[in-house]
Design a protein around this ligand. Sequence first.
Ligand code: NAP
Length: 507
Amino acid sequence: MVKLEISSPAFREIYRVDNEGIPVFKSYIAGEWVEGRFFHDVKSPIDQSIIARISIPSSDDIERALEIVYRYGRWDIRNLPGYKRLDILHRAADLLESNIDDIVNSLILNAGKTLGSARGEVKASIDRLRRADLDLRRIQGDYIPGDWSDETTETEAIVRREPVGVVLAITPFNYPLFDTVNKLSYSVIVGNAFMVKPSSLDPIPVVMFIRLLELAGFPKRALALLTLRGGDMEKILADPRIGAISLTGSTETGLKILRSAGIKQFVMELGGGDTAVVLGDADLEWSAQRIARGIYSYSGQRCDAIKLVLAEEPVYEKIKRLLVDELRKVRIGDPRDPSVDMGPLIDVEAVDNMIKAIEDALSKGGKILTGGKRLDNTYIEPTLIEAPKERLEEIEAYKKEIFAPIAIITSVKSVEEAAEISNKRPYGLDAAIFGKDINKIRYLIRHLEVGAIYINDYPRHGIGYYPFGGRKNSGIGREGIGYSIEYTTAYKTIVYNYKGKGIWEYL
Ligand code: NAP
């Protein structure tokens, strides 16, 4: 049975252990760790045992959080000099580093990440906090002279960027820590207060991080952690005290939030699943190795995972064989074992969904080339399905994002056909192109309707040093160092009339 143990005294205040020996975590309401009257169980994907309980804040607590954060917290943070905000983020990075073992352990046990993925996520989070200084290069406004129009002579304007006030971050289960840290960095560096609602599936790394942020000296009234279920967020989403919402989650959740929230600023990093195009002159061994990683890493539960492989006819049979070989090498098992490449899926339902998608593809002429077998409740083999091109549009795994290690492969006659097949999917997050022919690569760069293209590698958003984000059903806006502050700030135009009167009279 999996048991969550926390060694650092830094976390003592945020949980108690109940009479079954299970840690019960609190939420953070603008300066206070609070335990409500209701709780939900948090399970480990490793064996479905309950590893924690988490307090659900009452509606009074939520109202208090909103009121304090809006009335006082947003000014506490905005009035801090920028270098002090940066110092807090840097101290939070140091605290993540000194508590790395507990945080890595929480990611392995709660999110089912392998040791390498869990360490990678913490390292990316530390880097993101330290690189918040690079966001500063984009915090700038404009000066507009008025002397180009009769209407505006004797005046001039400054266009400022101001924080929107309160940013609400809603984070997914697949990068619970990094997505929280990323949204925090681009919200806070420009002077916003921050509220975060983590996934109910794996909130523990987020709760622990919020404690570290508190210890780093974050202004208490400018921070809240709402450990609610997504379905209970409706009222908060629509609250006018929230200036911007930054979601990373599925397209379905994005649509619900847009409907409920009304007019606000948004960043929406939504569902994806990427295409890999293999050209006739690609290095096939390299391509197969990278595409396989794009399919199975973190059990295919990445927005930038490869879900569709399109190979030019002359190399189709060979890349198919090489990919099958690569996927068969993947060692699946308990992610606590350092030799394991792929751990479990987040819950039993995720594997059920993948099985349904496999059955659907088979019923529409698909053929399993490798994988397809469920090994246990939450464990399944990475799966490659060859699908008939003419029936792709009927197949669920082509039309929808299946958040699991499954991809479809088919051959294409030309890059024109590859672009058409890729663009017919409703998503537009990223694509990968493997090959050398500059003309074909350029054609694909111009025609693929996606937010990012990776040449000769599988898509990986990393810490957002290069901006990423979707088109079509994959979202609104960009996450990336220096790019996201556009969505957490608002423009304000200040017009100076030096004469004090009379400038606009003739209008
Ligand atoms: P999800 O089910 O959409 O949940 C995401 C977050 O939204 C969770 O905190 C969830 O809370 C909350 N939520 C659900 N319904 C809500 C509602 N009606 N109002 C407010 N919040 C609500 O997604 P997930 O399964 O955690 O994450 C996987 C998805 O995220 C995939 O589609 C993936 O492609 C996408 N993703 C996109 C990117 C990108 O960069 N584009 C990056 C990573 C992940 P509960 O857990 O309490 O329901």
